[in-house]
Design a protein around this ligand. Structure first.
Ligand SMILES: [Zn+2]
Length: 195
C-alpha cells in the first residue's frame, strides 16, 4: 500500500517541496488567484487507484472513506464548501459528482461549514484536458464556470475537488467565484499531482 502524505509544500499552491516554502518557483513567476491550495496526499499509488475507482468505476460509496481523508481544519477554514461542478451532460452520464461525494462523505460527526452545491456551475462542457498543455487548459476553461453571487458573495469559499493536476480547473473556478463576489478561495483536494 502506497500512501504518500504531503509533508512539506509551497504555502501558496500546495506543491510538494523538499521543505516548506512561502512561494515555489511557479508561484513566484505567477501567483495563482486562490489564497492557498492544500492536499493531504500526493497523487499516485493507492490514492490514485481509489480516486479512479470512485470516478470511473462507478463506486460512489467510496466517497465516504475517501472524504474522511480530507483534513477537517482545511474544510472548516471557510464560510462554505463548494465542490468543483460537472457540466450537466457529464453529470447525467456519470450520475454523481465525485467532488460533492467527497464533501458529503467527509462530514460524519464533524461540524463543517455548509455545503453550497449550487454555488458554482459549469456552464460550458469542455473537451478532456489530459492531452493539453497548461496554457491550452487555461484557454479551454475560459468561461466554463459561473458562480451564483447569492450563494458566495462576501464568503470565504473552500473549493473541493478530487485531484489537483495543473491547477487550471481550480484557477478557472476560483476566478468565477471571485467574479461572483467571494471574499477568498482556498482549494482543497484529496491528492496533488506532482509534475
Ligand atoms: Zn507554489
Amino acid at each position: 500500500l502506497t500512501l504518500e502524505p504531503v509533508s512539506a509544500a509551497c504555502a501558496r499552491c500546495g506543491l510538494p517541496w523538499v521543505r516548506p516554502v512561502a512561494r515555489c518557483l511557479s508561484c513566484l513567476a505567477r501567483a495563482p488567484p486562490y489564497r492557498a491550495a492544500r492536499a493531504p496526499y500526493e497523487f499516485g499509488g493507492a490514492i490514485a487507484r481509489a480516486i479512479r475507482r470512485l470516478k470511473w468505476g462507478r463506486l460512489p460509496e467510496l466517497g465516504r472513506p475517501l472524504g474522511r481523508l480530507l483534513p477537517a481544519e482545511a474544510l472548516g477554514s471557510g464560510d462554505c464548501v463548494v465542490p468543483v461542478p460537472l457540466h450537466v451532460r457529464r453529470l447525467r452520464a456519470r450520475q454523481f459528482n465525485q467532488a460533492a461525494l467527497l464533501v458529503l462523505g467527509s462530514a460524519g460527526e464533524r461540524r463543517l461549514p455548509p455545503l453550497e452545491l449550487g454555488g458554482l456551475e459549469r456552464v460550458r462542457d469542455t473537451p478532456p484536458q489530459s492531452a493539453l498543455g497548461l496554457a491550452e487548459r487555461r484557454a479551454n476553461l475560459r468561461g466554463a464556470f459561473r458562480a451564483l453571487p447569492d450563494r458566495v458573495r462576501g464568503r470565504r469559499v473552500v473549493l473541493v475537488d478530487d485531484v489537483l493536476t495543473t491547477g487550471a480547473t481550480a484557477e478557472a473556478c476560483t476566478e468565477a467565484l471571485l467574479d461572483g463576489g467571494a471574499a477568498e478561495v482556498v482549494v482543497l483536494t484529496l491528492a496533488r499531482a506532482v509534475p
